[in-house]
Ligand binder design. Structure first.
Ligand code: ADP
Ligand code: NI
Length: 214
């Protein structure tokens, strides 16, 4: 039964995200799901079914891939109505998805261990070698420069500034990606973040050496 629901959800998400090139494609979702289940096992905490469902669906209502926030939420709602879940499971899944996004650092307090796990898994996919690739993919799609030394690094942004402000992909490391390791909830995720952090630091050091012609 649960296996069947997971399969249905995979199919739905694959279909919905197949066209995305902002770093929210199916393979991102699949990595987040696998990271989340790994953390769940390591921590021996959280309901693995809820964790897996929330991980699979976490980008479905995202405003970036929908015409509006309302349309995105409706899409998630319609799907949840179409599968065989209890009212409790549905509300747990929706609750997790609505609270985990970074959105410029103005984050809501998480209500469950499942939400902490899925948020950690999503954040782990934004750092390391994959995180580097995603930042430049996103930057290219948005038409932002790789780097521009004349632009200042922004602190304490509103959601509007985070999404719309002028920035570069290299700035994004200082505005968000390098900070994520200290925002992780679980010890397992913190452990997984160590080598990813080193990877980003090594990359940035080399980037600036080359930028400066050394
Ligand atoms: P979230 O949904 O977790 O708030 P985003 O949707 O903003 O995160 O980001 C999705 C991916 O795109 C992440 O890997 C993130 O680092 C990257 N990204 C987001 N904003 C920028 C930006 N301004 N420049 C470069 N990469 C970005
Ligand atoms: Ni995501």
């Amino acid at each position: 039964m649960k296996d069947h629901i997971i399969k249905q959800t995979e199919e739905f998400v694959r279909h919905e995200l197949s066209e995305d090139s902002t770093g929210h494609d199916w393979y991102h979702v699949d990595r987040v799901r696998r990271n989340a289940l790994h953390i769940c096992k390591e921590e021996q905490a959280g309901d693995p079914f809820i964790v897996e469902m929330a991980a699979l669906l976490h980008d479905i209502p995202d405003e970036k891939i929908n015409e509006s926030i309302e349309k995105g939420e409706q899409k998630l709602e319609n799907f949840l109505q179409s599968i065989s879940l209890t009212a409790g499971e549905k509300s747990q899944i929706k609750q997790i998805i609505s609270t985990i996004s970074f959105k410029g650092g103005n984050f809501a307090k998480l209500e469950s261990i499942e939400a902490e796990i899925v948020q950690d898994a999503d954040r782990l996919d934004a750092i390391g070698a994959i995180g580097i690739a995603r930042a430049f993919a996103y930057g290219g799609k948005k038409g932002q420069p790789i780097y521009n030394p004349e632009i200042k690094v922004r602190e304490g942004m509103t959601l509007e500034e985070y999404r719309k402000g002028k920035s570069t992909s290299i700035h994004h490391f200082y505005e968000k990606l390098l900070k994520l390791k200290d925002l992780l909830n679980t010890d397992s995720a913190k452990k997984m973040a160590r080598s990813k952090q080193q990877m980003m630091q090594l990359f940035l050091n080399q980037f600036f050496q080359e930028w400066n012609g050394k």
